[in-house]
Design a protein around this ligand. Structure first.
Ligand SMILES: Nc1nc2c(ncn2[C@@H]2O[C@H](COP(=O)(O)OP(=O)(O)OP(=O)(O)O)[C@@H](O)[C@H]2O)c(=O)[nH]1
Ligand SMILES: [Mg+2]
Length: 255
């Protein structure tokens, strides 16, 4: 099986992407399985084939340990680690070609915590190939400082998980396409990001902004960011092509 983890900040569109992408893949005759790894989600826009909520009961953890929602999520992910073999057994029984993993909005679990890494490593052992998509929410990356902070978060996640990653931007149905051109210029050209950072009242030194921009647009981490819509499904075929390339499958075109 080939595993794709859908990561991103809260509300960026992870579950919506799993929904439209799995539907598109299914309609295209591909063998795809969806796995919900978010123990705290109340409603999903798709019916996951395998659901971590069948194994981990976050409300019980909240009551038993008198936790708030954030502490409960951290503990719940520890319980996911304890149950990962059962989840993997369920996946193994279906033995699909592609698995899409929907992850919790509390990105901290995958960006900083050991539990996220342990979950990913167990899944990786059972996968032929694995990769991740990190969703940029246009609301968070429309300014140079917002773009820089979210891209650093994506980089943290990549370091924590030690896995290939590509950035994609959701909600293109809601914003001016020219905004994506600007964001792509920040992604590809460090000089442009630095000069635009300087236009904002940032209390950072120019030297630091230059160095950070150089890192963010270094060859391994700069890319043309694809925009798609998780509600209309626009460009979801391009997202799939990207996944194919990240998984190392031919030239990314299968259809
Ligand atoms: N217009 C538009 N809305 C979107 C898009 N993707 C997601 N949304 C909306 O954004 C909200 C959050 O979407 P989700 O898919 O639940 O986001 P998420 O990242 O899974 O959220 P958490 O799991 O809570 O972190 C919902 O109201 C979606 O309908 C998109 O591409 N376009
Ligand atoms: Mg979600």
């Amino acid at each position: 099986m080939d595993s794709t983890f859908i990561l991103g900040p809260a509300g960026s569109g992870k579950s919506s992407l799993v929904s439209v992408l799995s539907q598109w893949m299914g309609e295209s005759g591909l063998d795809v399985l969806t796995v919900n790894l978010d123990p705290g989600v109340k409603r999903l826009p798709y019916g996951p084939n395998i659901d971590v909520r069948d194994f981990v009961f976050i409300d019980e953890l909240i009551d038993k340990h008198e936790l708030g929602p954030n502490g409960a999520m951290i503990l719940a992910m520890d319980y996911v680690v304890l149950n990962i073999d059962q989840i993997l057994d369920e996946i193994e029984m279906v033995s699909p070609e592609y698995v899409l993993f929907d992850t919790p909005g509390q990105l901290e679990v995958f960006a900083y915590r050991h539990s996220g890494e342990l979950i990913v490593n167990s899944i990786r052992e059972q996968s032929e190939n694995e990769t991740s998509l990190f969703i940029l929410d246009p609301a968070l990356v429309s300014t140079p400082t917002g773009f820089t902070s979210i891209k650093l978060l994506a980089l943290s996640t990549m370091y924590r998980l030690k896995m290939s990653q590509s950035l994609i931007m959701s909600k293109i149905d809601k914003f001016d396409p020219k905004a994506l051109d600007v964001i792509n210029s920040w992604s590809m050209e460090p000089g442009r990001l630095v000069s635009d950072l300087m236009l904002e009242p940032v209390h950072m030194s120019i030297e630091l902004s230059k160095e950070v921009s150089e890192v963010l647009s270094s060859r391994q981490f700069s890319q043309d960011i694809i925009g798609y819509s998780g509600t209309s499904g626009e460009n979801v075929d391009l997202v799939f092509g990207l996944i194919q390339r990240l998984l190392g499958k031919e030239d990314g075109l299968v259809l």
